[in-house]
Design a protein around this ligand. Structure first.
Ligand code: SF4
Ligand code: SF4
Length: 340
């Protein structure tokens, strides 16, 4: 069996075939993390992006070790941090005692992660902070809770976790905070394969040129600290909807930014789905793509069934094959595309 090693992952970034699974910076549902990592690792993603949490990383690592032993594939393990407030690091919360007994629970119906059951509040292990439930509550009692680590936690945690790559979620106007975050990350003295910068334009009231300037500032800090960049363009953060509209937003951002972006591979995220590739020109394109909500959504029926059976997908051959086939259908067009 040939193994997909670190070199292959780097090559994919050069060739434009790179695919990342976003498990979710807020996602701490260990059973679904194990299944997502197993299925998408076996399907051939090059990187798995996870919450910076030891329990999450240990679970993911076990699943990724299994993928290497059984399928010879070794995606990079990336952890996500934030240099400020960020939707990716939030969870929703409400006090169920405040809910009227006759509420039809629209919050439950809209939740893509099944984090809200027939009774009670939100299961924080399943909530990945998409925010869709918040506006659905007629009483407005659902709140966001930030669960970011503090700056001083970064280096000790990274020393323990030893990821292959780190992603910093940033936003326009946070250059100073970004620099401080990079300084803390470098204190861990890790040889990172990439330091990814995740940034979106929406809701910041700036144009494409100003957005590119923000990326250039971050490029300067990465160079100062000898880190190799990877730029993640967030079309629409935590979009949840995942329709054709969100796919177009992600591609439009890339098309505008590509000519004025700093050096380094670009990957699309935020609203990416199975239609995204149809909006990409044949010859040139972004070096990669990251799938989050859609990756989870398309294997959700088998994740739920496995949970009901109280087993992992790996222990259920029919469920495993069906989920793996769905995952391959999503990512294969990117793995085989000719680009650059
Ligand atoms: S809808 Fe989104 S934010 Fe609300 S509970 Fe579900 S996953 Fe969490
Ligand atoms: S919609 Fe609001 S009131 Fe109704 S169950 Fe959800 S949180 Fe409670």
């Amino acid at each position: 069996m040939t193994s997909q090693n670190s070199h292959c992952n780097s090559e994919a970034l050069k060739k434009g075939n790179w695919v990342k699974l976003i498990c979710g910076a807020s996602n701490q549902d260990l059973s679904s993390i194990a299944d997502l990592c197993s299925v998408y690792g076996a399907a051939g993603v090059h990187c798995i992006d996870l919450a910076a949490d030891e329990a999450v990383i240990n679970t993911a690592r076990n699943a990724m070790d299994w993928v290497f032993e059984t399928h010879g594939k070794k995606p990079w393990l990336m952890v996500s941090l934030s240099d400020g407030e960020d939707a990716h690091f939030r969870k929703a919360w409400f006090n169920p005692d405040l809910c009227p007994s006759n509420c039809s629970r629209p919050c439950q119906n809209i939740c893509p992660a099944k984090a809200i059951a027939n009774k009670g509040g939100i299961n924080s292990k399943k909530c990945y902070g998409c925010g869709r439930c918040i506006d659905r509550c007629p009483l407005g009692i659902i709140q966001e809770k930030d669960r970011r680590l503090t700056l001083k936690d970064f280096a000790p945690l990274l020393k323990t976790i030893k990821p292959d790559a780190v992603e910093v979620h940033t936003a326009p106007g946070r250059a100073k905070e970004f620099e401080n975050t990079i300084k803390e990350i470098t204190k861990a003295k890790l040889q990172l394969k990439r330091l990814s910068v995740s940034c979106g334009l929406q809701s910041h009231g700036i144009n494409y040129e100003q957005f590119a300037e923000e990326l250039w500032m971050r490029h300067k800090f990465l160079r100062m600290h000898n880190q190799k960049p990877l730029w993640q363009l967030d079309g629409r953060r935590m979009s949840g909807d995942l329709g054709a509209g969100t796919a177009k937003i992600a591609v439009r951002l890339w098309k505008k930014i590509r000519p004025i972006a700093p050096p380094g591979p670009l990957q699309l995220a935020g609203g990416t789905n199975e239609t995204t590739i149809t909006y990409i020109p044949n010859i040139s394109g972004p070096e990669g793509i990251a799938f989050g909500g859609m990756a989870r959504k398309i294997i959700q029926p088998w994740l739920i069934e496995a949970e009901k059976k109280q087993i992992s997908l790996r222990e259920w051959p029919e469920g495993w094959e069906a989920a793996l086939s769905a995952a391959k259908k999503l990512i294969n067009p990117w793995l085989i595309r000719k680009s650059l």
